[in-house]
Design a protein around this ligand. Sequence first.
Ligand SMILES: *Cc1c(COP(=O)(O)O)cnc(C)c1O
Length: 233
Amino acid sequence: MPISDQQLICNLQSVQEQIKTCQKECQSTQVVDLLAVSKTHPSAAVRALYHAGQRAFGENYLQEALPKIQELKDLPELSWHFIGQIQSNKTAQIAAHFDWVQSVSRLKIAKRLSAQRPRDLPPLNILLQVDVDNSSIGSKAGVLLEDAAATAKACSQLEHIRLRGLMCIPDLTDDFASQRATFAKLTALFNTLNAAGMALDTLSMGMSADMRAAISAGSTMVRVGTAIFGARQ
Ligand SMILES: *Cc1c(COP(=O)(O)O)cnc(C)c1O
């Protein structure tokens, strides 16, 4: 049974409430946006949430996202965020169909997105994905912390993309203090880059399980799938 529109909207409101409660508890003053992660869920569910006021949606898989984007072309304020791993041979379509790409983890990918962004569209918003645990092999979890400033600087100079900030997907842990300490590393980098004149406005960190820690560490965008759409098959 697909989830009802009524249930979706109820879930959305409950996540919005959770965000507000977190903000109150940690006296955060930044605006925290909600990215609804719609991977594996049908375009009808996205449409129902749009009509309830949700505007930003995240997808991980290009092949799955393209038909949904097509089906929802009539919703003028909807913005699509690509949040999955990026293969070089997919950058042209990502650059053509998305408004944001949060999972840029190499300069080479940023250069391709900039070169391939259609010229009749505004610059593509991108976030640099940073490997805050410095633990992964290769670029799967993002650019290493120690390389992030140089990569961010190079990205910010590309003509058809606009570097808006940073994103991370830390290793799972249920300890609040260590979640917060990990997120704080990304916040520190964000502040350093802004102090160097970069004008970044988006710090995408926190999912259902670690949203409180992320917001208390300064997140401006949390990414939530399951708590809104229900479990994925
Ligand atoms: C799937 C996904 C999410 C949402 O995860 P849920 O557990 O469904 O809330 C958030 N961020 C990224 C990068 C994801 O791939």
